[in-house]
Write a new protein. Structure first.
Length: 161
């Protein structure tokens, strides 16, 4: 069992635990105790739906606000910032908070990958492609597979990060 990183009002919690490659796999346990590793397509689907209601630019702007302060370790202040950001999303505030926390923890995992050259920029490029380029969930989650890091690095630089 991993260690709980954050627990939400609805009984859901997130933790890091052993995955296929390292100890930085993000797991979500729902209120009934069902545990799974969220896939990009899972939370990208929700982000896409929420972008229609709240605006892709707004969601992306909120994402970038905690992207900028994401490092290699969890920081309670970042979780607090995500909680405040999410509070403006009305009935969807907990769902948005969970998605943002999954992204935050996913970026930490990327920053901690052995020999990483791209780190958290991988997640930002996926979110950018989904929300700003308005690509499909599937394309946004999968288009980088098999690309070398230099190509991905250029795609990130072209977008200013």
């Amino acid at each position: 069992m991993g260690y709980k990183v954050i627990k939400f009002k609805n009984g859901v919690y997130l933790e890091f635990d052993q995955g296929s490659f390292d100890n930085w796999c993000v797991y979500l346990t729902d209120a009934e105790g069902n545990r799974s590793a969220p896939r990009d397509t899972d939370y990208f689907t929700l982000l896409k739906e929420f972008s229609k209601k709240y605006g892709a630019e707004q969601i992306y702007k909120d994402f970038v606000s905690f992207y900028e302060i994401t490092g290699k370790e969890t920081d309670p202040e970042v979780f607090e910032s995500i909680n405040k950001l999410s509070s403006v999303y009305g009935d969807n505030c907990i769902d948005i908070e969970i998605i943002f926390c999954i992204l935050y923890m996913g970026m930490i995992a990327e920053e901690n990958k052995k020999f990483t050259k791209l780190g958290k920029r991988i997640k930002r490029l996926g979110v950018y492609t989904l929300l700003i380029d308005d690509e499909s969930v599937y394309k946004s989650a999968n288009f980088m597979r098999g690309m070398n890091y230099k190509t991905i690095d250029e795609l990130c630089k072209k977008r200013g990060f």
